[in-house]
Design a protein around this ligand. Structure first.
Ligand SMILES: Cc1ncc(COP(=O)(O)O)c(C=O)c1O
Length: 429
């Protein structure tokens, strides 16, 4: 019978890698929350790093240009490294907006940022190569696993805005083949300052000088997908603008998913040393991780509208920033009232870092809260609040820091969030 084979399927042997691949912790938490929502419960769900499209839409011109590309039948394969018009548009965009000089051959288009990260790991790491991954950070652990890398996780501190320092990385750099950096950082919404990033880059340059040209250098994966979403007087820092020699070793990851609320549109771009980009192109070519051609055509046209891009970003950033500040101020008020909470001032992205120092307290049932999982469970059960603990981003289970994502947040939900939070914390003893 057909069913007999299906029932025995879980026993089938698969690769060690596939067997041990773990899913995204964030999506697991989100699934629990969605179940509650389906059951009709009102949940303040600020878990996923996505946007509610009823609140945040992609730019109107981009939408129309993509639709136009479908209407004019731009529906065959795009070139493996992306449409030339789009790579040219991105080359200009990098030049005018970031002062970075990359020609169209040094740029690779793919279906969002994820395939680029995958192909960077694949292009520069051999099995068991050491890769330095500061944590908390987003998903690099999974890319290391997929590529049989040997990750070293370095836990960062709130005093450093959760970004790594050269001092913390120093003892690991000699035999590492790659370091993964992200700024603005998911999950924290914080950014590198000039001195901090410069010191790390200087260390990389010095290490690569020691290795000489016949040994594999240490590369830097620099993920800047949130760089457009920086607030106030903060400035985006990148390795190559700080130290031009870093151009030989830096592979950038960028895209429209976060900057233009376009997570479902799926266009990202990587840029870096020609040889690495060509290898990434070869790898992704076999996977077929191209961005759809109509999206590429539409985006190339959209990038010509500089003023409209500025206007869109201005409005989008104001709306996100208002939410981040409202949460931040709410947490500061609670702190002043004596609650054991805190928040880091928002600098960028769609995330706020908050602390809920509830470990050791007793729930109304008499259970002791002993780690971040217990805090999350309690908040969801008693407060109908969904936020992501930093352990889901590789920090320790004892970390009392959490990420609030505001991309799905209605401004007038924030008041209800705080009244639930207060109520839930008050019930603890
Ligand atoms: C830091 C960072 N890089 C890359 C990505 C992936 O972006 P995409 O949706 O374009 O694959 C994300 C998504 O959450 C992210 O937070």
């Amino acid at each position: 019978m057909e069913g007999t084979f299906i029932e025995s399927a879980p026993m089938l042997k698969v690769s060690e890698m596939a067997e041990n691949l773990i899913g995204s912790e964030i999506l697991k938490i989100a699934a629990e929350i969605n179940k509650k929502i389906e059951e009709g419960e009102k949940v303040y769900n600020f878990t996923v790093g996505d946007f509610d499209p009823t609140l945040f839409q992609i730019p109107e011109i981009l939408k129309n240009e993509i639709a136009q590309a479908y209407l004019s039948d731009q529906t065959n394969y795009p070139p493996a490294n992306g449409l030339l018009e789009l790579r040219e548009a991105i080359s200009r965009y990098l030049h005018t907006r970031l002062g970075l000089e990359y020609n169209e051959d040094q740029i690779l288009i793919s279906s969002g940022a994820r395939p680029l990260i995958y192909s960077i790991f694949k292009a520069v790491l051999d099995p068991n190569d050491k890769v330095i991954i500061p944590v908390p950070s987003w998903n690099n652990n999974h890319y290391a696993h997929l590529n049989y890398g040997s990750p070293v996780f370095i836990e960062t501190d709130p005093e450093d805005n959760f970004l790594p320092t050269a001092e913390k990385l120093k003892s690991h750099i000699q035999d590492a083949k790659m370091i993964t950096l992200c700024s603005p950082l998911n999950p924290t919404g914080t950014i590198f300052d000039r001195v901090q990033l410069t010191k790390i880059c200087e260390m990389v340059i010095e290490e690569n000088k020691k290795r000489g040209e016949y040994k594999k250098p240490i590369y830097m994966l620099f993920d800047q997908v949130y760089w457009n979403l920086i607030y106030g007087s903060n400035i985006h820092m990148d390795p190559v603008s700080l130290i031009p020699e870093m151009k030989n070793y830096t592979i950038f990851v960028d895209g429209i998913s976060k900057s233009f609320a376009a997570t479902g549109v799926r266009v990202g771009w990587g840029f870096g040393p020609l040889k690495v980009i060509q290898k990434m192109k070869a790898i992704l070519g076999h996977i077929g991780a191209w961005a759809p051609k109509p999206e590429q055509t539409g985006l190339a046209k959209f990038f010509k509208y500089d003023d409209q891009i500025d206007a869109y970003l201005n409005n989008f950033k104001n709306q996100i920033h208002e939410r981040l500040m409202t949460f931040h101020n709410g947490f500061q008020d609670l702190k002043e009232e004596g609650f054991k909470v805190d928040a880091i001032f928002p600098q960028s992205s769609i995330y706020l870092t908050v602390q809920l120092n509830l470990i050791g307290m007793k729930t109304p049932n008499g259970d002791r809260i002993s780690n971040a999982t217990d805090i999350s469970r309690y908040l969801l059960k008693e407060g109908s609040i969904g936020i992501v603990p930093f352990y889901a981003f590789g920090a320790s289970k004892n970390s009392t820091w959490f990420r609030i994502s505001v991309g799905t947040c209605k401004l007038n939900d924030i008041e209800g969030f705080f009244s639930n939070l207060k109520e839930a914390i008050r019930k603890l003893s």
